[in-house]
Design a binder for this molecule. Structure first.
Ligand code: ADP
Ligand code: MG
Length: 290
């Protein structure tokens, strides 16, 4: 009788837009007591908008936008796309002589013989940060926004303020996940202030922020070491290792292939309510078997 119940479960899953890798997945959904949620692209839409460009004193807005936009046009990160799109709308972008992506931190490259770095503060620690830009960075983060720094020739030359929106169903999904006995934890590479503000908007108390991609795995391991059975939902390349480490990995169908491959379950619709459906369905299917 067992195989029939499982087939019904996975068939219903397909109808709900949930792709299950195999029947062994169902058992972990029953035991999970913690659900780690990636922020960008999972709880939020991941579609970043460039809200503000703040050039350092003596720098022109158009110049800093052109330099950062040129470099970011070589990256697929949502932040990069927002900056590159805004820059391209204002005119042609300079050629980049070399490019390298620093996962979870930003991008570096050479433009007009100058070494340019665009990314989070941790990537520009060698650069001189003018006090007005430090203040602009701080102010942006306190408003749940992400501040991206751009610098070359020893100095930070601009702050780019980007933000994305919480998905319409995220708060409802978090409440229902709690109802299923799962404690939500927000996990992100973004800064702590922005992360806390998003967490508050959707009803999450526990936040792990400013983590590098390899530290996302550590965060999951730490919870497991505390005896937690961890489900995780993510969408990015930087989530893949953590999704594989989790007892139950759920990938957003709107996310990257690497995340989908590393997961046990794919949520085709790309919204968190599908995670609620997936856990309910698995538990119901198991109840039928037992
Ligand atoms: P998340 O965990 O929220 O999905 P990431 O690990 O992809 O975020 O990135 C963490 C942080 O690194 C971002 O919030 C941003 O500050 C910075 N960052 C990463 N890639 C880029 C980029 N291409 N341009 C600018 N900033 C970047
Ligand atoms: Mg993400």
């Amino acid at each position: 009788a067992t195989p029939t119940a499982l087939l019904v479960g996975t068939g219903r899953g397909a109808q709900l837009g949930i792709l299950i890798k195999g029947p062994q997945v169902l058992e972990s959904t029953r035991q999970a007591d913690t659900i780690v949620l990636d922020k960008t692209g999972t709880v939020t839409t991941g579609q970043m908008t460039l809200l503000d460009v703040i050039p350092a004193a003596g720098e022109a807005r158009a110049d800093v936008l052109r330099m950062a936009g040129a470099l970011e046009s070589a990256s697929e990160h949502p932040i990069a796309q927002a900056i590159a799109k805004a820059a391209a709308a204002e005119g042609p972008l300079p050629q980049i002589a070399s490019f390298s992506n620093v996962e979870g931190l930003g991008v570096t490259g050479v433009i007009d013989g100058r070494k340019v770095v665009v990314g989070r503060a941790g990537l520009l620690t060698d650069f001189d940060l003018p006090p007005d830009l430090a203040a602009a960075q701080q102010a942006a983060q306190e408003q749940a926004r992400t501040a991206v720094l751009a610098g070359w020739e020893g100095s930070v030359r601009a702050v780019f303020v980007v933000a994305d929106a919480v998905k319409a169903t995220s708060a409802q999904a978090v409440a229902q996940l709690r109802g299923l006995g799962l404690t939500p934890v927000l996990l992100t590479g973004d800064n702590t202030s922005a992360a806390r503000s998003i967490a508050a908007q959707v009803g999450i108390d526990e936040v792990v922020a400013e983590v590098l991609p390899h530290e996302k795995v550590e965060a999951v391991k730490r919870l497991q070491a505390q005896g937690k059975v961890v489900a995780m939902v993510g969408d990015g390349v930087n989530d893949a290792a953590a999704l594989a480490q989790a007892d139950l990995g759920l990938a957003m169908g709107t996310g990257t292939d690497v995340a989908i491959e590393a997961s046990d379950l794919t949520l085709v619709r790309g919204d968190l309510m599908a995670a609620v459906d997936a856990i309910r369905l698995s538990r119901r299917t198991l109840a039928t078997i037992k």
